[in-house]
Write a protein that binds this ligand. Sequence first.
Ligand code: ADP
Ligand code: MG
Length: 265
Amino acid sequence: MIVLNDVSKSFGKKSVLSHVSLTINPGEFVCVVGPSGAGKSTLIHLLIGGEQVSEGRIEVDGVELRDIPPPVLQLYRRRIGVVFQDYKLIAHRTVAENIAFPLEVCGVADAEIDRRVTELLGQMSLTEKASSLPDELSGGEKARTAIARAIVHQPLVLLADEPTGNLDPVQSLMILKLFQEIHRSGTTVLVATHDSTLVETLQTRVILLENGKVMRDAAGGYPQQSAKHDLLKEVEKPAVSAQAPVPSAPSDGSKKKVKVTMIHS
Ligand code: ADP
Ligand code: MG
């Protein structure tokens, strides 16, 4: 269980989150919506311990995140899958090697890594891009690589920040179904998005953030409020600050060559 207890976050004098209290139960599917700048990405960075709260507490299974010693924090992050808004793909690793990364960090055997990576490449229609570097990918391919990397190790918690921002409607629907499948298998899922179609289709619990405050927290579709107008007009900024580390992070000294079984027709 993840509990935010009166959490505030400021960057310098700028208040980004203000007195946010939330409980996310194991196995829940939550959408966090709100206009650009509302604090959605900051919330995700706080949840992975990439940023520290300014006030209040975040507890994970009863333990305050701030008190978790670094080695245990690393283990905690290994149980989480994150799709960052700016993807944070490792530039010198191929698509297959990026997807393999969380499994390598968890010490999974090479044969199992090959099997899982091959499976995810197929599922994400990335098989032909397995050997490409992130720079050689379209926005949608980058997004699908980041999503594959976030779910390859079957995390207990999946945090996805605008996962469909770069996807066409068909790909978005595919990702939506995938997230529902992952949720059904027991993973807690939190999606930050301003994709009203996604939220309407999912019909999950929806938390509306505005100016760093929770304005609504209810089950059902997209909030029918004045915010909707702004949200639909919104042009989401392309990237958040690159300060937060990739969970189980790429110092990458242990880089392994990933063998991928390519299936040629
Ligand atoms: P959202 O994801 O809802 O668009 P963000 O959480 O990215 O919102 O940003 C909320 C506000 O916090 C924005 O005004 C943004 O400029 C600011 N912000 C985010 N990260 C930082 C940072 N590392 N330093 C300073 N300001 C930041
Ligand atoms: Mg954001």
